[in-house]
Design a protein around this ligand. Structure first.
Ligand code: HEM
Length: 462
């Protein structure tokens, strides 16, 4: 039977392998997988977690056995800080998840709708450029500006306006929510130590934040109902779906709030983090920065801004995006999956109800696929390669793949490319530090951004 036992590092009583995870579990699990293989069982406290660390096995999980691996583990944290299983990201595989996800994809994030918010994106990117221009070549905090950009775009698309100046700071609240949702909770993995979370005050903070969120969204929905509008923002569309029961999904206020939170939680930090990593890597690699600027300036000769129509001709821009997503997937361990029935994976028996994590970070750095320079930032590698992040190529899965793949990918990519291209056209860039020192140290948590805020000096080109 030995050959059928899933390789697993030795574990300690009570804490299992938690002591081996360190500050950056995606890195520690990657190193462990070099020893134990791409299918490895570790224990987070008393909870067994299957870790997948190669493109080949990810294909088996997300394509061959996609349905079996398509559920999510139940999360007490989601119940305390968010709306539990009502979110698309946390709902177990089943009828509710299928229908809500279909609403999200066809009614909120269809290609047509993403296109219809084109003016919103262009206006917000223009505002970003304006703010940078005002920095007068002094160091500017790009992390803060990128976060403002993605929050404002999602806010306008989802809620119809930015809610700035109304005493409501959705950006601060979303950041707090993400921090609390991602904070390590002892009780999740060692239930009889849950009192530690209580002493740390985590439960209290989560309840408080949830209440604040709930009150704000209540007000937002009320505003929309009072207007009785038939607009196109997410709340309008969801209220219309609530009235018109023909799509077979009964939704109430809690569902609407949960879906709006999905747009904020899914679409703000992950997108601003991507811009931060792109600029971090470009500042560290001035040759790549120069090549990208040349491409953008050639395509947009004599113009002061880049439009979305110009992007399709920018091959190097797309290569920079892919290379950044390969080395710095915003959510390196993706969102945990759970098996809905027993399955045989590469000769190992995986029981129903097993938590599964796919290490997209490790997969993006596999030397077997990406070569000996897998750790280097080299966008050129994508120019003659067909590998894409759209869920068909398992060596590049920053948005996941299969049934649970990120439904917001197109939304994120179009804003990202527009913003980055404009930054390249409008400014010359200089790091505030020696280029080799520009920091690639990572934050902690489920979402990995640069540990320190990114500052740079921008000199307008016109
Ligand atoms: C750079 C930006 C983004 C990245 C890197 C990203 C990445 C991911 C990843 C890795 C997953 C989990 C996939 C899996 O479990 O297999 C996910 C799920 C999800 N994302 Fe994104 N995402 C981004 C932007 C967005 C945007 C803009 C939205 C919405 C406006 C969004 C909404 C969601 C939702 C709702 C899910 C849950 C899907 C489900 O469980 O069925 N994401 N995303």
């Amino acid at each position: 039977k030995k050959s059928n036992t899933i390789p697993s590092p030795l574990r300690l009583p009570v804490i299992g392998n938690l002591h081996q995870l360190g500050r950056h579990p995606h890195r520690s699990l990657c190193y462990l997988s070099h020893r134990y293989g791409p299918v490895m069982l570790v224990h987070f406290g008393v909870v067994p977690v299957l870790i997948i660390s190669s493109a080949e096995v990810a294909r088996d999980v997300l394509k061959t056995h996609d349905r079996v691996f398509a559920s999510r583990p139940k999360s007490k944290v989601y119940e305390k800080v968010l709306y539990g299983d009502l979110h698309i990201g946390s709902a177990p595989y089943g009828e509710y998840w299928r229908k809500t996800r279909s609403v999200f994809v066809t009614h909120l994030l269809s290609n047509k709708l993403v296109q219809s918010f084109r003016d919103v994106r262009q206006e917000e990117v223009n505002l970003l450029m304006e703010k940078i221009r005002k920095s007068n070549s002094l160091p500017v905090n790009l992390s803060e500006l990128f976060s403002r950009l993605t929050n404002d775009v999602v806010s306008r698309v989802a809620l119809g306006k930015k809610y700035g100046g109304t005493g409501i700071d959705l950006k601060e609240l979303t950041e707090r929510l993400l921090r609390l949702a991602g904070a390590f909770t002892v009780g999740t993995f060692v239930p009889w130590l849950a009192w530690i979370d209580w002493i740390r005050g985590l439960d209290r903070q989560r309840a408080k934040t949830k209440k604040e969120f709930d009150e704000i969204y209540e007000k937002v929905i009320q505003d929309h109902e009072d207007k009785d509008g038939h607009g196109t923002d997410f709340v309008d569309v969801l209220l219309a779906i609530q009235r018109d029961k023909s799509i077979g999904l009964e939704i109430n206020r809690m569902h609407i709030k949960a879906i709006i939170v999905d747009a904020f939680v899914g679409g703000t930090d992950s997108s601003s983090t991507l811009l931060e990593w792109e600029m971090t890597e470009l500042l560290r690699h001035p040759n790549c920065l120069k090549r990208l600027q040349e491409e953008v300036r050639t395509v947009c000769k004599d113009r002061s801004s880049v439009s979305e129509d110009d992007i399709k001709d920018m091959k190097y821009l797309n290569a920079v995006l892919k290379e950044t997503l390969r080395l710095h997937p915003s959510i390196p361990l993706m969102v945990p999956h759970e098996t809905i029935e027993d399955v045989n994976l590469r000769g190992y028996h995986i029981p129903a109800g097993t938590m599964v994590m796919i290490n997209a970070w490790a997969i993006g750095r596999e030397a077997a696929t990406w070569g000996p320079d897998a750790e280097s930032f080299r966008p050129e590698r994508h120019l003659n390669s067909s590998a894409d992040f759209r869920g068909q190529d398992f060596e590049l899965i920053p948005f996941g793949a299969g049934r649970r793949m990120c439904p917001g990918m197109s939304f994120a990519v179009v804003l990202n490319e527009l913003a980055l291209a404009n930054l390249m056209l409008g400014f010359d860039w200089e790091s505030t530090k020696d280029q080799t020192e520009t920091d690639v140290a990572e934050s902690t948590g489920a979402m990995i951004r640069p540990m320190l805020p990114l500052y740079a000096i921008a000199t307008p080109t016109t």
